[in-house]
Ligand binder design. Structure first.
Ligand code: ADP
Ligand code: MN
Ligand code: MN
Ligand code: MN
Length: 346
């Protein structure tokens, strides 16, 4: 038997963006615990905007477990928040609203800024701006990426890979101090669980550098020529990958147009500052799609068209502060409104 440190991680009740919270429970197991072996636990919801003081208990239901190599026998336990009965999802529990669909695949491209003393890493201390955007994207060299950022980004990548997070890549982004990582997962909730754990690991890693992660979608404001941060959400269902077709695609895009406001509502706060029609975005009040068009709401990859309208699509509107649970939930809800042909019928 060994004592395992189980870090129960959940999303609190703050609006419009929940914070990650976590606390440790020590428990004995013979070997790395299976999800079914992890017990429900509770916390004081009155301290996280999830309950009143009088009846403050909320429940934590483990939904995924990952190794945490920074701690001896460490486990990162992603949890859903439940009401005291342990069965009813708490109103803040955005994961519970996602349709179960093992055939739904998501790939999220998380952009973010690293901040120190109130400005992006690499900005002049004492205010002002570095040379304009242009050379920072995918850059190498001290003048473009500084001397701490890459160390953080590389350490984060290793922590995630060690945890079994399905990172697909990392890159320096267009603005100075801005970075991206991509996560892909099969199943309607899987990539979103991994994204929240990856965000948790980045925040925790940055503590020791005295660096904050700024997830805001336009941290430098909308009136400057500095990019904002998105979380492009790539998605596909079994039907999209295996049947597809131009007719279905057009019906799907009509549904995305119809529900554009419902999508924007869960694609992260302050998105009007980012979706301006500039900096590779479409305006917030318009919906369009385009083949390989990075100024569209939905980008259709060349491969999709070449493959008879089969494959995945990229929704470019979700922003860096968006909750991947809410995003996946909304995308699948809209897809569910579009009729599909029954297999075998023409
Ligand atoms: P770009 O930066 O050009 O938009 P990336 O290569 O960074 O593209 O991201 C493409 C994303 O699409 C990746 O995150 C990948 O996981 C995701 N993806 C690829 N195939 C599928 C699929 N069939 N279903 C859902 N997502 C997919
Ligand atoms: Mn990308
Ligand atoms: Mn990017
Ligand atoms: Mn993209």
């Amino acid at each position: 038997m060994a004592k395992y440190k189980l870090e129960y991680i959940w999303l609190d009740g703050y609006e419009p963006v929940p914070n990650l919270r976590g606390k440790t429970q020590v428990k004995e197991f013979k070997s790395f615990p299976k999800l079914e072996e992890l017990p429900m636990w509770g916390f004081d919801g009155s301290s996280t905007r999830q309950a009143e003081g009088k009846t403050s208990d909320c429940m934590l239901k483990p939904v995924a477990a990952y190794p945490d190599t920074t701690r001896k026998n460490g486990v990162l336990v992603m949890c859903e928040v439940m009401m005291p009965d342990g069965k009813t999802p708490h109103p803040s529990n955005s994961r519970a609203s996602i349709l179960d669909d093992p055939g739904a695949w998501f790939g999220y491209e998380q952009e973010y800024f690293l901040y120190k003393d109130g400005a992006p890493l690499g900005f002049p201390t004492g205010g002002g701006f570095p040379p304009p955007q242009g050379e920072y994207y995918t850059a190498v060299g001290y003048k473009n990426v500084g001397n701490i950022a890459r160390e953080i980004v590389e350490a984060h990548l290793d922590l995630c890979l060690d945890a079994g997070i399905n990172h697909e890549g990392i890159n320096a982004e267009v603005a100075k101090g801005q970075w991206e990582f991509q996560i892909f997962g099969k199943g309607s909730k899987n990539a979103a669980d991994q994204m929240w754990i990856a965000r948790y690991l980045l925040l925790r890693l940055c503590e020791k550098y005295g660096v904050d992660v700024n997830w805001h979608c336009k941290p430098l404001g909308k009136d400057v020529d500095w990019n904002g941060s998105g979380m492009h959400s790539n998605f596909s269902t079994t039907y999209m990958r295996e049947v597809g077709g131009k007719e279905y695609f057009e019906a799907l895009m009509a549904a995305f147009d119809k529900y554009k406001n419902e999508h924007i509502a869960v694609y992260g706060p302050d998105n009007h500052l980012r979706l301006t029609g500039l900096h590779e975005t479409q305006s917030i009040d318009k919906f369009n799609y385009g083949i390989a068009n990075r100024g569209a709401s939905v980008r259709v990859p060349h491969s999709f068209v070449n493959n008879d309208y089969k494959g995945y699509l990229e929704d470019r509107r979700p922003n860096s502060q968006g909750d991947p649970y809410k995003i996946a939930s909304r995308i699948l809800q809209t897809i569910a409104t579009v009729p599909t042909k029954k297999a075998g019928k023409k």
